[in-house]
Design a protein around this ligand. Structure first.
Ligand code: ARG
Length: 575
């Protein structure tokens, strides 16, 4: 609504003598009151008059073409003429196309987003899906607003467990199949090494020696094996990312920060915030936050090894030094809340003024029916690829049924069915993860998330395809050549208002790191669109009416496809 809000603010500034930047135009609490509102409290204070008197006075003075002004108590309410609204909004959407909703507010600023960040030597499991999906959306949203975005995959590729894995490879590599499915083979070895570490002291001491060699930086057999594990795992992750349409700007695992660990520890020591406790080097945090008194941040264990936190702290300094970020977001589940509170408390103790720019963007769990953790059929951790396969197969089945019920001419070509099923299945998963506030748990119910009529990704995709179809039909019937009469679009007021709000919603979703705001917006828009389409025919009307309605349909397609793209959903033209 910026277009109109700015226009109103300008007129108000003139009428009141106050600066335009001080005049905040809002959405009215009750849409029945108007499209935009202005609370007169601040102006009244400046003019030393009661707010309702000021509202009445300003209403008398304001004359804005195409916008009706009414005073109601201390408020001014504005209603935009529907023809004026339609003309302005549709023109803007048409002019900006795939860029509609974008902005330049981020120019010159950098946002770092740490997301997905799975651990090597295991297949990516469902525990990483939410970070992957939410993080990728934030990356697209901030980029759309003109920020320089640095999406970092902070792979878990370091830690004592890799000592054990190396020893397991040494001992048992011939007992598993590392050729056909290396990630699965590694997982087996990894699990076996965990067990052996607990049960066999000989294994455990060999594992410790291997990790020490890894940490020493020596480029020998241990490092070569570790490197191989990393490469194999990354290749596996990349396949999943490609399927989900996800990219990172940098892949920097925990090991990347190895050379910066000692300098980081020195930085903390020089700031005078470290102390030795039971042989370990720690930063006490109780002075910053009482609830952290019992949980200092451990930087180095008594045996000399560093920790997850040390590597994250090194990463933070590295990111700050390199990017001077506006925001540094960690899209990581709620289980790591304590860890990020500790990191931020360390920065605070070091009196680094950029500490508030570091944010833990946490989120709820992904749960299966009955609110239990999603697991594989055998009760093991569910591999993400298996979950995707399952949903895509079901999408293919549903699409097949729908196709069979259609007129042959309307059906998708056989060759495209698999591609559309992939788009719909993945769309269902992605949308389900984003439709509610991120802090809430997500329930995964295959039938529900794939429903074409519910609050789902497929419902949005289907609406998009439906409107695309109208355009195709109009083109083949040679319709839509007339001149639109925008006043006729008064019938679509709620849709036009939705369109006008899209840029505001994109911006707010990014700033609050809340993709659900955009998701809910798109659901609301689709409901309005389908309501309208039920009541109004587009084709076969007189020229001006057809042209006007087609302009609305065209804009719908643009806004929907921009919104879907930002949320990481594909928008098939037909389904
Ligand atoms: N690898 C970690 C895990 O799987 C997540 C890492 C999140 N990012 C970070 N900088 N700590 O739990």
């Amino acid at each position: 609504m910026r277009l109109f809000a700015d226009q109103i603010a300008r007129a108000l500034a003139q009428a009141s003598g106050l600066a335009e930047s001080e005049l905040k135009i809002e959405l009215p609490r009750d849409p029945a009151h108007g499209d935009l509102a202005f609370p007169c409290f601040l102006v009244a204070k400046a003019l030393r008059k009661p707010p309702p008197a000021v509202a009445a006075e300003l209403a008398g003075k304001l004359a804005i073409e195409g916008i009706e002004v009414k005073a109601l108590g201390p408020y001014l309410n504005f209603r935009i003429d529907r023809g004026v609204l339609a003309r302005a909004v549709l023109a803007e959407i048409q002019a900006q196309g795939a860029q509609y909703g974008s902005a330049a507010i981020g120019a010159g600023k950098t946002v770092v987003i740490d997301f997905s960040s799975p651990n090597i030597a295991k297949p990516m499991h469902v525990g990483h899906i939410r970070s992957t999906i939410l993080g990728a959306t934030l990356r697209r949203l901030f980029a759309f607003l003109g920020y320089r975005v640095v999406g970092i995959n902070h792979i878990g590729d370091w830690g004592a467990q890799f000592g054990g894995l190396v020893v397991a490879i040494r001992r048992w590599k011939n007992e598993v199949d590392l050729e056909r499915d290396p990630v699965q083979g590694l997982l087996e070895l990894y699990q076996r090494s965990k067990k052996a570490s607990e049960e066999d002291p000989q294994f455990e001491s060999e594992a410790r020696a291997a990790y020490q060699e890894l940490e020493s930086g020596k480029d020998g057999e241990v490092r070569a094996l570790w490197r191989w594990v990393t490469e194999v795992s990354l290749r596996g992750f990349d396949k999943t990312y490609a399927r989900l349409g996800i990219e990172h700007d940098l892949v920097r695992g925990e090991s990347f920060y190895e050379p910066f660990l000692e300098p980081t520890i020195r930085r903390a020591e020089q700031a005078g915030v470290t102390e030795v406790s039971q042989g370990a080097l720690v930063v006490a945090l109780g002075g910053i936050d009482k609830s952290l008194a019992e949980t200092p941040c451990l930087l180095r264990q008594s045996n000399g090894t560093t920790l997850y936190a040390t590597r994250d702290l090194a990463g933070l300094f590295h990111r700050w030094d390199e990017f001077h970020f506006e925001r540094c977001l960690y899209v990581v589940g709620g289980e790591q809340k304590l860890h990020f509170r500790q990191l931020k408390a360390v920065l605070k103790r070091m009196q680094l003024d950029w500490e508030p720019r570091v944010e833990h963007i946490d989120f709820g769990l992904l749960l299966g029916p009955g609110r239990v953790k999603l697991a594989s059929r055998k009760g093991e951790v569910l591999v993400l690829d298996d979950l995707i396969d399952e949903v895509v197969e079901e999408a293919a089945r549903i699409l097949g049924e729908k196709q069979a019920a259609m007129e042959p001419a309307e059906r998708l070509p056989e060759a495209r069915l698999a591609e559309v099923a992939e788009a719909v299945g993945i769309g269902a998963l992605c949308f389900n993860d984003q439709k509610r506030e991120r802090i809430k748990d997500v329930l995964f119910d295959k039938a529900e998330i794939l429903s074409f009529e519910g609050d789902t990704g497929p419902y949005l995709q289907y609406t998009h395809a439906r409107f695309t179809r109208i355009l195709a039909k109009a083109a083949s019937a040679g319709e839509g050549g007339g001149t639109p009469d925008y006043a006729l679009l008064a019938e679509a007021g709620p849709i036009l208002l939705h369109f006008a709000r899209f840029p505001d919603v994109v911006r707010s979703s990014a700033e609050r790191c809340e993709p659900s705001e955009l998701a809910q917006y798109l659901l609301g828009l689709c409901r309005e669109l389908n309501n309208w389409y039920r009541e109004h025919r587009v084709l076969g009307q007189d020229a001006a009416l057809s042209a006007s309605r087609l302009a609305l349909v065209r804009a719908s397609k643009t806004v929907l496809s921009n919104g879907l793209r930002l949320l990481g959903l594909r928008a098939p033209e037909q389904m």
